[in-house]
Design a protein around this ligand. Structure first.
Ligand code: SF4
Ligand code: SF4
Length: 139
């Protein structure tokens, strides 16, 4: 295991490397699912309680609802200029986006997002490890 993969996997507990950069498509500011504790927020009452907990949620407006849950847009996004109007002061949720947490709740990256993820361990590496483990069990 290289130093970089050791740091990501063992210290940061990551499964993916993130590559790319933001192209300001705005999708992550205008089509947002909100995950809190047990899962994605699905109804208005849950959201109104959450709104009181953190200023980030107070900036969100419900725009839709689909099979995953409520869909929000952030009112700090300037649609014309395609920028975040509070960029310097945006919350840590926004600073960390996109993180691999998205995959943990079956979320998907926006089609136009300039970032992408690649697994730290390749399929072949995982297969090799599984074979090694099952060989050890046989001994
Ligand atoms: S605060 Fe800024 S970066 Fe975060 S969702 Fe709103 S517009 Fe996007
Ligand atoms: S979806 Fe990706 S490229 Fe688009 S604004 Fe968000 S981080 Fe940037």
């Amino acid at each position: 295991m290289g130093l970089k993969s050791f740091f990501y996997k063992s210290i940061l507990k990551k499964k993916y490397y993130r590559y790319g950069s933001c192209n300001r498509c705005g999708a992550c500011c205008t089509k947002i699912y909100v995950k809190h504790k047990k899962g994605i927020i699905k109804n208005e009452d849950e959201f109104y309680k959450l709104k009181k907990l953190h200023p980030f949620y107070a900036s969100l407006e419900i725009v839709d609802k689909d099979e995953q849950g409520l869909v929000f847009k952030c009112n700090k996004f300037d649609k014309e200029k395609r920028i975040c109007t509070i960029h310097k002061f945006r919350s840590s949720i926004c600073r960390k986006y996109p993180s691999e947490e998205i995959f943990k709740f079956n979320g998907v990256m926006s089609e136009n997002c300039g970032y992408y993820f690649k697994p730290i361990e390749s399929f072949q590496d995982i297969l090799k490890k599984l074979k090694k483990d099952s060989y050890k069990k046989l001994l």
